[in-house]
Design a protein around this ligand. Structure first.
Ligand SMILES: Cc1cc2nc3c(=O)[nH]c(=O)nc-3n(C[C@H](O)[C@H](O)[C@H](O)COP(=O)(O)O)c2cc1C
Length: 334
Protein backbone atom coordinates (compact mmCIF):
# COMPACT_ATOMS: atom_id res chain seq x y z
CA UNK A 1 0.00 0.00 0.00
CA UNK A 2 1.50 3.38 -0.91
CA UNK A 3 1.86 6.23 1.56
CA UNK A 4 -1.05 8.24 0.14
CA UNK A 5 -3.39 5.29 0.46
CA UNK A 6 -2.24 4.53 4.00
CA UNK A 7 -2.83 8.16 5.01
CA UNK A 8 -6.30 8.07 3.48
CA UNK A 9 -7.19 4.88 5.36
CA UNK A 10 -5.91 6.40 8.58
CA UNK A 11 -8.02 9.55 8.09
CA UNK A 12 -11.10 7.41 7.40
CA UNK A 13 -10.45 5.35 10.49
CA UNK A 14 -10.04 8.46 12.65
CA UNK A 15 -13.26 9.91 11.25
CA UNK A 16 -15.05 6.67 12.03
CA UNK A 17 -13.68 6.65 15.59
CA UNK A 18 -14.66 10.29 16.00
CA UNK A 19 -18.17 9.59 14.75
CA UNK A 20 -18.59 6.66 17.13
CA UNK A 21 -17.31 8.68 20.04
CA UNK A 22 -19.59 11.61 19.23
CA UNK A 23 -22.72 9.64 18.53
CA UNK A 24 -22.32 6.43 20.40
CA UNK A 25 -19.91 6.84 23.24
CA UNK A 26 -16.97 4.50 23.64
CA UNK A 27 -16.92 0.81 24.41
CA UNK A 28 -17.34 -2.69 23.18
CA UNK A 29 -20.23 -4.20 21.30
CA UNK A 30 -22.34 -7.24 21.66
CA UNK A 31 -22.86 -10.13 19.28
CA UNK A 32 -26.13 -9.78 17.39
CA UNK A 33 -28.45 -12.49 16.21
CA UNK A 34 -29.71 -11.97 12.70
CA UNK A 35 -33.16 -12.63 11.31
CA UNK A 36 -34.41 -15.79 9.74
CA UNK A 37 -31.85 -17.49 7.56
CA UNK A 38 -28.62 -17.05 9.46
CA UNK A 39 -28.39 -18.81 12.78
CA UNK A 40 -26.39 -16.10 14.39
CA UNK A 41 -23.78 -13.54 13.52
CA UNK A 42 -21.12 -12.66 16.00
CA UNK A 43 -19.44 -9.38 15.24
CA UNK A 44 -17.68 -8.63 18.45
CA UNK A 45 -15.70 -5.58 17.60
CA UNK A 46 -12.42 -4.38 19.08
CA UNK A 47 -12.76 -1.59 21.58
CA UNK A 48 -10.95 0.70 19.22
CA UNK A 49 -12.80 3.83 20.16
CA UNK A 50 -10.99 4.32 23.44
CA UNK A 51 -10.03 7.86 22.69
CA UNK A 52 -9.31 10.33 25.39
CA UNK A 53 -12.36 12.32 26.36
CA UNK A 54 -12.12 16.07 26.28
CA UNK A 55 -13.01 18.18 29.24
CA UNK A 56 -16.71 17.47 29.50
CA UNK A 57 -18.29 14.38 30.99
CA UNK A 58 -18.85 11.65 28.42
CA UNK A 59 -21.42 9.00 27.79
CA UNK A 60 -19.69 5.83 28.95
CA UNK A 61 -21.56 2.94 27.40
CA UNK A 62 -22.33 1.21 24.16
CA UNK A 63 -21.57 1.18 20.48
CA UNK A 64 -23.43 1.27 17.20
CA UNK A 65 -25.62 -1.20 15.37
CA UNK A 66 -26.93 -0.98 11.83
CA UNK A 67 -30.49 -2.26 11.49
CA UNK A 68 -31.90 -2.43 7.99
CA UNK A 69 -34.59 -3.83 5.71
CA UNK A 70 -33.75 -4.32 2.05
CA UNK A 71 -36.07 -6.28 -0.21
CA UNK A 72 -34.29 -5.80 -3.53
CA UNK A 73 -30.76 -5.36 -2.23
CA UNK A 74 -30.14 -1.63 -2.76
CA UNK A 75 -30.13 -0.59 0.89
CA UNK A 76 -28.14 -3.62 2.00
CA UNK A 77 -24.69 -2.57 0.69
CA UNK A 78 -25.01 0.83 2.35
CA UNK A 79 -25.83 -0.87 5.64
CA UNK A 80 -22.73 -3.02 5.19
CA UNK A 81 -20.51 -0.03 4.36
CA UNK A 82 -21.66 1.64 7.59
CA UNK A 83 -21.05 -1.57 9.55
CA UNK A 84 -17.58 -1.99 8.09
CA UNK A 85 -16.52 1.64 8.36
CA UNK A 86 -17.64 1.95 11.99
CA UNK A 87 -16.93 -1.64 12.99
CA UNK A 88 -20.55 -1.70 14.10
CA UNK A 89 -22.82 -4.71 14.50
CA UNK A 90 -25.55 -5.35 11.97
CA UNK A 91 -29.06 -6.81 11.95
CA UNK A 92 -31.17 -7.42 8.87
CA UNK A 93 -34.93 -7.16 9.32
CA UNK A 94 -36.54 -9.94 7.32
CA UNK A 95 -40.24 -10.57 6.87
CA UNK A 96 -41.69 -13.72 8.40
CA UNK A 97 -43.71 -14.04 5.20
CA UNK A 98 -41.10 -13.05 2.60
CA UNK A 99 -42.07 -10.51 -0.04
CA UNK A 100 -42.30 -12.24 -3.41
CA UNK A 101 -41.59 -10.36 -6.62
CA UNK A 102 -45.36 -10.01 -7.13
CA UNK A 103 -45.70 -8.63 -3.61
CA UNK A 104 -43.55 -5.59 -4.51
CA UNK A 105 -44.84 -4.77 -8.00
CA UNK A 106 -45.94 -1.36 -6.86
CA UNK A 107 -49.02 0.40 -8.20
CA UNK A 108 -50.65 -2.99 -8.90
CA UNK A 109 -52.45 -3.23 -5.56
CA UNK A 110 -49.72 -5.66 -4.56
CA UNK A 111 -49.10 -6.67 -0.95
CA UNK A 112 -46.63 -3.79 -0.41
CA UNK A 113 -49.12 -1.27 -1.86
CA UNK A 114 -51.86 -2.51 0.44
CA UNK A 115 -49.61 -2.49 3.52
CA UNK A 116 -48.38 1.03 2.82
CA UNK A 117 -51.99 2.19 2.51
CA UNK A 118 -53.04 0.53 5.74
CA UNK A 119 -52.08 2.49 8.88
CA UNK A 120 -52.55 -0.63 10.99
CA UNK A 121 -50.40 -2.98 8.87
CA UNK A 122 -47.51 -4.45 10.88
CA UNK A 123 -45.88 -7.29 8.89
CA UNK A 124 -44.29 -9.84 11.18
CA UNK A 125 -40.50 -10.04 11.46
CA UNK A 126 -38.77 -13.39 11.00
CA UNK A 127 -36.58 -14.80 13.72
CA UNK A 128 -35.39 -13.12 16.86
CA UNK A 129 -35.10 -9.40 17.39
CA UNK A 130 -31.71 -7.99 18.38
CA UNK A 131 -30.92 -7.09 21.98
CA UNK A 132 -30.31 -3.36 21.69
CA UNK A 133 -29.56 -2.77 25.34
CA UNK A 134 -25.80 -2.52 24.76
CA UNK A 135 -25.98 0.05 21.97
CA UNK A 136 -26.13 3.83 22.09
CA UNK A 137 -26.62 4.39 18.37
CA UNK A 138 -28.92 2.67 15.90
CA UNK A 139 -28.50 3.35 12.18
CA UNK A 140 -31.90 2.47 10.70
CA UNK A 141 -31.96 1.73 6.96
CA UNK A 142 -34.92 1.12 4.67
CA UNK A 143 -36.16 1.59 1.10
CA UNK A 144 -38.76 4.26 0.41
CA UNK A 145 -42.09 2.61 -0.31
CA UNK A 146 -44.69 5.09 -1.49
CA UNK A 147 -42.85 7.96 0.12
CA UNK A 148 -42.60 6.25 3.50
CA UNK A 149 -40.67 3.58 5.38
CA UNK A 150 -42.03 0.07 4.80
CA UNK A 151 -44.46 -0.98 7.48
CA UNK A 152 -42.07 -3.66 8.71
CA UNK A 153 -39.90 -0.82 10.05
CA UNK A 154 -42.92 0.23 12.11
CA UNK A 155 -43.19 -3.35 13.40
CA UNK A 156 -39.53 -3.22 14.37
CA UNK A 157 -39.75 0.07 16.25
CA UNK A 158 -42.83 -1.09 18.12
CA UNK A 159 -41.06 -4.33 19.11
CA UNK A 160 -37.79 -3.00 20.52
CA UNK A 161 -36.79 -0.35 23.03
CA UNK A 162 -34.69 2.47 21.64
CA UNK A 163 -35.43 4.92 24.46
CA UNK A 164 -32.50 7.24 25.03
CA UNK A 165 -30.62 5.83 22.03
CA UNK A 166 -29.55 7.92 19.06
CA UNK A 167 -31.39 6.75 15.96
CA UNK A 168 -29.99 7.77 12.57
CA UNK A 169 -32.37 6.93 9.69
CA UNK A 170 -31.08 6.38 6.16
CA UNK A 171 -32.91 5.17 3.08
CA UNK A 172 -32.61 4.45 -0.62
CA UNK A 173 -35.17 5.23 -3.27
CA UNK A 174 -35.55 5.38 -7.03
CA UNK A 175 -35.98 9.15 -6.94
CA UNK A 176 -38.05 10.30 -3.96
CA UNK A 177 -36.45 12.29 -1.16
CA UNK A 178 -36.59 10.96 2.39
CA UNK A 179 -39.53 13.35 2.84
CA UNK A 180 -41.60 12.72 5.94
CA UNK A 181 -40.64 9.03 6.09
CA UNK A 182 -38.21 9.39 8.99
CA UNK A 183 -40.24 11.94 10.94
CA UNK A 184 -43.27 9.67 10.76
CA UNK A 185 -41.26 7.06 12.65
CA UNK A 186 -40.66 9.35 15.64
CA UNK A 187 -44.02 8.67 17.37
CA UNK A 188 -43.19 4.94 17.34
CA UNK A 189 -40.13 5.61 19.50
CA UNK A 190 -40.78 8.99 21.10
CA UNK A 191 -38.02 8.59 23.67
CA UNK A 192 -35.25 8.01 21.16
CA UNK A 193 -32.91 10.82 20.16
CA UNK A 194 -33.78 11.06 16.47
CA UNK A 195 -31.21 12.51 14.09
CA UNK A 196 -32.17 13.85 10.68
CA UNK A 197 -32.56 11.09 8.12
CA UNK A 198 -30.61 10.90 4.86
CA UNK A 199 -31.66 9.54 1.49
CA UNK A 200 -29.12 7.87 -0.77
CA UNK A 201 -29.42 7.09 -4.47
CA UNK A 202 -29.34 3.47 -5.60
CA UNK A 203 -25.69 2.50 -6.12
CA UNK A 204 -24.27 4.96 -3.61
CA UNK A 205 -20.61 4.16 -3.09
CA UNK A 206 -18.62 3.49 0.05
CA UNK A 207 -16.82 6.80 -0.56
CA UNK A 208 -20.14 8.66 -0.45
CA UNK A 209 -20.98 6.96 2.83
CA UNK A 210 -17.62 8.12 4.20
CA UNK A 211 -18.45 11.66 3.05
CA UNK A 212 -21.73 11.37 4.94
CA UNK A 213 -19.83 10.47 8.11
CA UNK A 214 -17.57 13.49 7.60
CA UNK A 215 -20.53 15.82 7.17
CA UNK A 216 -22.10 14.39 10.35
CA UNK A 217 -18.83 14.93 12.19
CA UNK A 218 -18.84 18.54 11.09
CA UNK A 219 -22.33 19.16 12.42
CA UNK A 220 -21.94 20.61 15.86
CA UNK A 221 -24.32 19.20 18.41
CA UNK A 222 -25.78 21.02 21.35
CA UNK A 223 -25.32 18.97 24.50
CA UNK A 224 -26.95 19.49 27.88
CA UNK A 225 -25.38 18.25 31.11
CA UNK A 226 -26.72 18.17 34.65
CA UNK A 227 -24.47 16.99 37.45
CA UNK A 228 -21.83 15.90 34.94
CA UNK A 229 -24.19 13.64 33.00
CA UNK A 230 -25.17 14.29 29.41
CA UNK A 231 -28.95 14.06 29.05
CA UNK A 232 -30.59 12.59 25.92
CA UNK A 233 -32.09 15.67 24.25
CA UNK A 234 -33.89 16.11 20.96
CA UNK A 235 -33.52 19.76 19.96
CA UNK A 236 -35.97 21.45 17.63
CA UNK A 237 -34.75 23.12 14.48
CA UNK A 238 -35.60 26.78 14.97
CA UNK A 239 -33.90 30.18 15.23
CA UNK A 240 -33.90 30.06 19.03
CA UNK A 241 -31.99 26.75 19.12
CA UNK A 242 -29.55 28.01 16.49
CA UNK A 243 -28.88 31.10 18.62
CA UNK A 244 -28.52 28.92 21.72
CA UNK A 245 -25.91 26.82 19.90
CA UNK A 246 -23.90 29.96 19.21
CA UNK A 247 -24.26 31.13 22.78
CA UNK A 248 -23.09 27.73 24.02
CA UNK A 249 -20.19 27.44 21.60
CA UNK A 250 -17.62 27.81 24.38
CA UNK A 251 -19.83 26.28 27.06
CA UNK A 252 -22.58 28.04 28.99
CA UNK A 253 -23.34 27.44 32.65
CA UNK A 254 -26.89 28.20 33.73
CA UNK A 255 -27.79 28.28 37.40
CA UNK A 256 -31.34 26.97 37.61
CA UNK A 257 -33.96 27.55 40.34
CA UNK A 258 -36.90 25.36 41.23
CA UNK A 259 -40.22 27.03 40.62
CA UNK A 260 -43.89 26.16 41.01
CA UNK A 261 -43.40 22.47 41.74
CA UNK A 262 -43.15 21.68 38.03
CA UNK A 263 -40.03 23.33 36.56
CA UNK A 264 -36.54 24.72 36.97
CA UNK A 265 -35.72 28.04 35.32
CA UNK A 266 -32.43 29.87 34.74
CA UNK A 267 -31.17 32.97 32.99
CA UNK A 268 -29.18 32.61 29.77
CA UNK A 269 -27.69 36.09 30.28
CA UNK A 270 -28.74 37.11 26.81
CA UNK A 271 -31.93 37.36 24.72
CA UNK A 272 -32.45 34.86 21.93
CA UNK A 273 -34.87 35.10 19.01
CA UNK A 274 -38.27 33.91 20.23
CA UNK A 275 -41.54 32.76 18.74
CA UNK A 276 -43.71 32.61 21.85
CA UNK A 277 -46.98 30.73 21.75
CA UNK A 278 -49.47 29.79 24.44
CA UNK A 279 -48.72 26.12 25.11
CA UNK A 280 -49.14 23.50 27.79
CA UNK A 281 -45.83 21.90 28.61
CA UNK A 282 -45.16 18.37 29.80
CA UNK A 283 -42.30 16.65 31.64
CA UNK A 284 -39.06 16.70 29.66
CA UNK A 285 -39.93 19.85 27.73
CA UNK A 286 -37.25 22.50 27.32
CA UNK A 287 -38.56 25.97 26.52
CA UNK A 288 -37.42 29.55 26.25
CA UNK A 289 -39.25 31.94 28.55
CA UNK A 290 -39.28 35.68 27.97
CA UNK A 291 -36.56 35.24 25.35
CA UNK A 292 -33.76 35.03 27.90
CA UNK A 293 -34.52 32.19 30.32
CA UNK A 294 -34.36 28.47 29.80
CA UNK A 295 -36.96 26.29 31.53
CA UNK A 296 -36.82 22.53 32.08
CA UNK A 297 -40.06 20.80 33.08
CA UNK A 298 -40.77 17.80 35.24
CA UNK A 299 -44.46 18.75 35.41
CA UNK A 300 -46.81 20.80 33.33
CA UNK A 301 -47.60 24.49 32.91
CA UNK A 302 -49.62 26.59 30.47
CA UNK A 303 -47.89 29.79 29.43
CA UNK A 304 -46.45 31.61 26.45
CA UNK A 305 -43.14 29.97 25.55
CA UNK A 306 -40.90 29.11 22.61
CA UNK A 307 -40.20 25.41 22.44
CA UNK A 308 -36.51 24.44 22.27
CA UNK A 309 -36.55 20.67 22.60
CA UNK A 310 -37.21 17.73 24.79
CA UNK A 311 -35.27 15.63 27.29
CA UNK A 312 -36.00 11.98 26.54
CA UNK A 313 -36.43 10.73 30.08
CA UNK A 314 -39.45 9.33 31.90
CA UNK A 315 -41.63 11.42 34.22
CA UNK A 316 -40.11 9.64 37.21
CA UNK A 317 -36.57 10.34 35.99
CA UNK A 318 -37.33 14.01 35.31
CA UNK A 319 -38.94 14.39 38.73
CA UNK A 320 -35.96 12.77 40.44
CA UNK A 321 -33.59 15.03 38.51
CA UNK A 322 -35.34 18.36 39.01
CA UNK A 323 -37.49 18.22 42.13
CA UNK A 324 -34.73 17.73 44.68
CA UNK A 325 -33.07 21.13 44.71
CA UNK A 326 -31.66 23.69 42.31
CA UNK A 327 -29.45 22.23 39.58
CA UNK A 328 -26.73 23.65 37.37
CA UNK A 329 -27.12 23.12 33.64
CA UNK A 330 -24.13 23.13 31.33
CA UNK A 331 -24.82 23.67 27.63
CA UNK A 332 -22.07 23.01 25.18
CA UNK A 333 -22.09 22.99 21.40
CA UNK A 334 -19.36 20.75 20.04
C1 LIG B 1 -43.69 -1.04 -2.91
C2 LIG B 1 -42.62 -0.10 -3.41
C3 LIG B 1 -42.86 1.27 -3.39
C4 LIG B 1 -41.87 2.15 -3.82
N1 LIG B 1 -42.12 3.49 -3.74
C5 LIG B 1 -41.16 4.35 -4.12
C6 LIG B 1 -41.36 5.75 -4.01
O1 LIG B 1 -42.39 6.24 -3.52
N2 LIG B 1 -40.38 6.58 -4.44
C7 LIG B 1 -39.20 6.10 -4.96
O2 LIG B 1 -38.37 6.89 -5.33
N3 LIG B 1 -38.97 4.77 -5.05
C8 LIG B 1 -39.91 3.89 -4.64
N4 LIG B 1 -39.67 2.55 -4.70
C9 LIG B 1 -38.34 2.09 -5.13
C10 LIG B 1 -37.44 1.76 -3.92
O3 LIG B 1 -37.46 2.79 -2.98
C11 LIG B 1 -35.99 1.58 -4.35
O4 LIG B 1 -35.90 0.64 -5.37
C12 LIG B 1 -35.16 1.16 -3.15
O5 LIG B 1 -33.80 1.45 -3.42
C13 LIG B 1 -35.29 -0.30 -2.84
O6 LIG B 1 -34.46 -0.63 -1.77
P1 LIG B 1 -34.10 -2.16 -1.41
O7 LIG B 1 -33.49 -2.74 -2.63
O8 LIG B 1 -33.11 -2.06 -0.33
O9 LIG B 1 -35.36 -2.86 -1.03
C14 LIG B 1 -40.63 1.65 -4.29
C15 LIG B 1 -40.42 0.26 -4.31
C16 LIG B 1 -41.39 -0.60 -3.87
C17 LIG B 1 -41.12 -2.07 -3.90
Amino acid sequence: MNLEKRCFKKICFLLAVLLISLLAGCGTQKPVETGSDAESTSNTSPAESQIESETEPTNESGGAIVVYFSRTGHTKPLAEYIKEELDADIYEIEAKVPYTDDDIKYYTDCRADREQNDPTARPEIAGELPDLSEYDTVFLGYPIWHGQAPKIIYTFLESVDVSGKTVIPFCTSASSPIGSSAENLHPLAPNAVWKDGTRFAIGTSREEIKDWFSSMNNQKELKLYIGGTELPVTWLENASVEALKELAADGLTVQMSMYGGFEQVGSLGKSLPKDDKQITTDYGDIVLFSGNQIVLFYGSNSWSYTRLGQINLSKAEMTELLSNGNVTVILKCK
